[in-house]
Design a protein around this ligand. Structure first.
Ligand SMILES: [Zn+2]
Length: 436
């Protein structure tokens, strides 16, 4: 019994597709696949809470996204926190456009595994496209973005700025899924900004005294990455740190919050203050705790996402019945035990384990977009417009990491996105003088 039920059904479905059992109607097979997905997928619950000081924090929560439109077996969910500065327009623009821009960089023909493998690259393309489109509007505003994609048990987090996302796997240790892009705390980012033409220093007041955190100049921003900030300098890049992990079927909790929370609470405190609460109450409790520690000094926003085991989940190592009840009474995420003929079990020693699938934080597009030798279709890897081979410029062209001539190697950029890439890396062009 146990998970074999699901495996067997899948094998049956696959066998039917290759013709061993060609009498099974397609509709039945799709239904079977859907039922299997239900058995295999976590129950996703979320809650959010916010206390506004400036009203520049925004959240994102969508449970109804689909890889393939109209196909419920391709469902996934998206969550996010966007902490705007210098106005709300960048945060609002990113909230409205980022998901679409990420999706436009993913072919709709991909199956789940291929889609998940392509997602980190699409997140980079989507973040850069949203940033570029916003900057073209000429509005002076910027935002952090922490964008979380939950597809079954795989969680992919892309972030710029300092709206941290932590993971508390059930029975495991807290993990941080983002990197804080704060000049004060991140030496690597300080070096990158300086090498790309920015200056890093503290605010000087009358008399020459320096105050506050490290900022980049021109602009005076404390962050090293963001979306927007056209007036700050292209060295503040929108290229996200991306991390992809897979949770085991005991589930876990994601806490995504703006710096109003993280300036008040440690990761451990944020986790411990909301233990035993539902996602909705947990988010409220975290905001309440933050205000208790620090007062309302900044917008304070939190999204909590729980990935709960499926209803038919039974742990592999079941303690004796009496103890079992006591042990799982304190389970945090609403775990339910239910008699069922179809059950999902974890593997021995699986509880709390997190499989790391991908992590990359480089600010260079040539490293983030990878290589694409097989591409016969020429779309700009960032804005997705059609380009001819003659117009396309390889993302590897002029790369200092290139040992050979890779100018004919994809992915390719249109001339406008190539200018954006060079500007982010501190390369000046004549157009800077001629274009407003
Ligand atoms: Zn382009």
């Amino acid at each position: 019994m146990g998970s074999r039920y699901g495996v067997k059904s899948r094998q049956r479905a696959r066998a039917a597709f290759v013709g061993v059992d060609s009498m099974v109607p397609l509709a039945s097979l799709l239904k079977l696949e859907l039922e299997n997905d239900k058995i295999e997928s976590p129950i996703v619950r979320y809650g959010e809470a916010s206390q506004a000081k400036k009203g520049e924090d925004f959240t994102l929560a969508r449970l109804d996204c689909q890889r393939v439109e109209g196909d419920p077996s391709s469902n996934f969910a998206v969550f996010g926190v966007l902490d705007g500065h210098n106005g709300v327009s960048a945060a609002m623009f990113a909230k409205e456009n980022l998901l679409r821009d990420v999706m436009s960089a993913l072919p709709s023909s991909l199956g789940r595994d291929e889609w998940l493998a392509a997602l980190p690259r699409a997140l980079v393309a989507g973040f850069v496209k949203t940033d570029k489109d916003f900057q073209e509007k000429g509005q002076t505003s910027g935002t952090t973005v922490t964008f979380v994609v939950v597809d079954q048990w795989t969680v992919t987090v892309a972030s710029v700025g300092d709206s941290r996302c932590i993971l508390v796997p059930h029975g495991g240790d807290i993990a941080t899924l983002t990197v804080d892009h704060r000049l004060e705390d991140n030496e690597e980012e300080r070096n990158r900004v300086v090498n790309s033409g920015g200056e890093v220093g503290r605010l000087s007041i009358a008399g020459g005294a320096e105050i506050g955190p490290l900022r980049c100049w021109p602009g005076g921003l404390c962050l090293s990455r963001s979306i927007g900030d056209v007036d700050v300098g292209e060295f503040i890049v929108p290229i996200p740190h991306v991390k992809q992990i897979k949770l085991c079927k005991t589930g876990g909790r994601l806490i995504i919050a703006s710096d109003g929370v993280w300036d008040a609470l440690s990761n451990e405190k944020a986790d411990s203050c909301c233990r035993g609460l539902t996602a909705d109450l947990a988010a409220r409790q975290i905001v309440k705790e933050s205000l208790r520690f620090r007062g309302l000094r900044d917008d304070t926003t939190c999204v909590v996402v729980d990935l709960l085991p499926p209803e038919n989940y039974v742990p592999f190592t079941s303690p004796p019945p009496a103890k079992k009840k006591g042990k799982f009474k304190s389970w945090l995420f609403g775990w339910r035990s239910k008699e069922s003929t179809a059950v999902v079990a974890n593997k021995p020693g699986e509880a709390g384990t997190v499989e790391e699938l991908f992590e990359e934080g480089s600010a260079r597009l040539a490293e983030r977009l990878g290589s694409d030798l097989s591409s016969g279709v020429f779309n700009c890897a960032i804005c997705q417009i059609h380009i001819t081979l003659a117009d396309g410029i390889s993302v590897h062209a002029g790369s200092i990491f290139s040992m050979t001539n890779r100018t004919l190697e994809g992915p390719f950029l249109c001339s406008s996105c190539k200018l954006k890439k060079d500007a982010m890396e501190g390369i000046q062009h004549a157009r800077d003088i001629t274009v407003m």
